[in-house]
Design a protein around this ligand. Sequence first.
Ligand SMILES: Cc1cc2nc3c(=O)[nH]c(=O)nc-3n(C[C@H](O)[C@H](O)[C@H](O)COP(=O)(O)OP(=O)(O)OC[C@H]3O[C@@H](n4cnc5c(N)ncnc54)[C@H](O)[C@@H]3O)c2cc1C
Ligand code: FES
Length: 345
Amino acid sequence: MADKHRIQFEPVGIEMEVGEEEKILDAAFRQGIHLMHGCREGQCSACKSYLLEGDIQMERYSTFACNDAEVAEGYVLLCKSHAYSDCTIELLNYDEEELLGGIPIRTVGTRVAAIEPVTRDIVSLRLEPAEQFDFKPGQYVDITIPGTDEHRSFSMATTQSTPGEIEFLIKKYPGGRFSALLDGELAVGDELSLTGPYGSSTLKDGHVLPVVCVAGGAGMAPILSILRHLKETGSTRPVRFYYGARTAADLFYLEAIKELGADLTGFEFIACLSESAQDSDGLQVEEGNVTEIVERREAELHRSEVYLCGPPPMVDAALALLEASNVPKDQVFYDKFTSPATDGA
Ligand SMILES: Cc1cc2nc3c(=O)[nH]c(=O)nc-3n(C[C@H](O)[C@H](O)[C@H](O)COP(=O)(O)OP(=O)(O)OC[C@H]3O[C@@H](n4cnc5c(N)ncnc54)[C@H](O)[C@@H]3O)c2cc1C
Ligand code: FES
């Protein structure tokens, strides 16, 4: 009995092979087919597709990503799907450029160059890759938790312009399998292995719409990468960056953002403080929840490309706003910072 099956993707007409033991998204990556994806953990719904024909079974996933009614109708999450027959799958979202032209995924060794706190609970981790590591602005990697075969995903804050050092911004969770290691266990000189790049929430070259970025907490990382890329490529797209934090004490990298903004067109940085807008040192600060502030200030969201990164509740609230504001889905890019430890099922 054959345990390999053919998968036909529509409407793009791409075909590939998958073994029953392999998840469809992983098989696609292995064969250089970059399907739309986010968390790769069955939690964010970015890989949701429609099964036209065939037998697919899913591993454990979050019903927030694909609810029971959708599953009954034929929707599947490709990051959790195994094929048990030849299948035809309709891709609901795809990026023609990325599909066959994405950066190949590899594993590289790195050395810890610096670990520095930037707020009370966010740390900057700088890694020196042992060899050239290519990625696009807004992408992320899986860092292996030392001594295990588990990993956690972290977004690059830097760009290809600093190939010798990649920066990550990491929120510390008490007892977090990876993030708690940044509290003294991991040290400069230690080795870490990373695999990637992953993520479809990248900046697309050649696009012209204004860019609206919305981030919270460590979601600052991929946005910094995007801002840096816009500056490095001399982009003239207007850019606004809404950053959600609790108080002014949770803001960081303000000087770096100001410097980046000075070279960007019509740049505005709006700090959205949910608890207190006091002591914000002449910054442009709004008091309230970041999504409400975006709604209040952005009348033309449907004529923008929107990048969302950070805690899942923030991203979900912003996605609801974008839907209500009729922003076309192909103008929205997001990464929900989910954890395999909080699967939300
Ligand atoms: C595509 C993607 C990109 C990401 N990029 C980043 C990034 O740039 N920076 C970053 O800091 N993180 C990022 N994350 C999240 C990161 O991968 C880890 O999930 C997170 O750091 C927690 O891992 P941990 O091992 O420290 O904690 P875990 O051992 O996984 O969790 C320990 C405990 O921490 C708490 N916890 C963990 N995550 C959450 C959460 N999201 N909400 C509420 N409580 C939580 C829970 O109580 C949990 O039981 C990203 C995730 C994804 C999917
Ligand atoms: S649910 Fe599949 S990539 Fe997030």
